[in-house]
Design a protein around this ligand. Structure first.
Ligand code: BDR
Ligand code: CA
Length: 311
């Protein structure tokens, strides 16, 4: 079992990622750290707590992190995830009376990595907390086995601009800084998450148990958004794909590249720039990341449905 910290901005698909982790024997959640992104930090923190309460996991601590990107203005996505960031279903997933712990997210991350309790971090929001953790203590952070990041668009269009994906766009300076670190990084971009589509038919096939009711209620609005705006057959499972990688790396195929994030471009800010010319004479681009370039979509979707049908 891999013990992970999930650094996230719940967020409908972040909440599905939490659920997938809770229902898996291959991954344990040491703690959840929250960041600005899909909605405000205050709300992503409340959402993490209410998801854990809903599933009776009061033992998992939540640490709140950055309310703003390192340098730029905050960019939320309430149009995608609902006013409360979780599909506006507080009648079904009520608010918690618990609070986050006092330690700020980046310090909590450093402490748990330093203690040896955590060797894997899964980041499914803006990379602000992760950048702060590396900036504060690179020695400890570089002892991680792996940092799994949902973010970026490689050969696929972006989702907030023609070229930028939301998590990298939300804090391009943090994303670029994190990609420059030595730790092993696994990037799960839109290229693969847009192949893993949860359709209304699949949602209907989930029984009305606790996990099923959770999925059915939070996903409704999010799914409509992707069907209406993106003309997809359902909603992509962005963040669950990152947890899916930890549960079973065979779901994804990885290739090594050098990847950086544009911080300056007028039209390209937040874009993941991937060096694909490394085979050409004279180009010496040292790979710094593994990028998921293919996914066993049917296998992963079958796994997702069986996991959320369990209990
Ligand atoms: C990513 O952006 C967020 O809105 C989602 O939660 C996911 O992490 C997809 O681009
Ligand atoms: Ca997210």
């Amino acid at each position: 079992m891999k013990n992970v910290i999930l650094d996230c901005d719940p967020g409908v698909d972040d909440a599905l990622a939490i659920l997938l982790a809770l229902n898996s024997d291959n991954v344990g959640i040491e703690g959840i750290t929250t960041v600005h992104g899909n909605t405000t930090l205050d709300q992503t923190t409340k959402n993490a707590l209410r998801v854990l309460d809903y599933f009776g996991r009061l033992d998992i601590p939540v640490a709140a992190g950055a309310s703003n990107p390192l340098l730029c203005e905050v960019h939320n996505a309430e149009n995608v995830h609902g006013k409360d960031g979780l599909g506006d279903v507080s009648n079904i997933v009520p608010y918690s009376t618990r609070r986050e712990i006092e330690t700020p997210a980046h310090q909590y991350i450093i402490d748990r990595v330093s203690s040896g309790a955590v060797k894997t971090i899964v980041a499914t929001g803006a990379l602000t907390n992760i950048a702060l953790a590396f900036d504060n203590n690179p020695e400890v952070m570089n002892t991680l086995d792996e940092l799994v990041i949902m973010g970026g668009a490689f050969r696929h269009p972006g989702n907030v601009s023609p070229v930028a994906e939301a998590n990298f766009y939300a804090d391009p300076e943090a994303a670029d800084y994190v990609l420059a670190q030595d730790v092993k990084k696994i990037i799960i971009p839109l290229d693969v998450t847009h192949q893993v589509i949860l359709t209304p038919e699949l949602v209907k096939s989930i029984p009305d148990n606790r996990s099923g009711i959770f999925v059915k209620s939070i996903v409704k609005r999010y799914q409509n958004f992707y069907m209406n705006v993106w003309a997809l057959k359902g909603n992509p499972l962005h963040d669950p794909s990152a947890i899916g990688y930890v549960i079973n790396p065979d779901f994804l195929a990885l290739e090594q590249f050098q990847a950086n994030v544009e911080t300056l471009g007028k039209h390209t800010r937040g874009m993941m720039i991937v060096e694909q010319r490394a085979g050409l004479a004279g180009i010496n681009a040292k790979p710094n990341a593994y990028i998921a370039t293919a996914v066993k979509a049917k296998e992963f979707m079958d796994y997702f449905i069986s996991s959320v049908s369990k209990a």
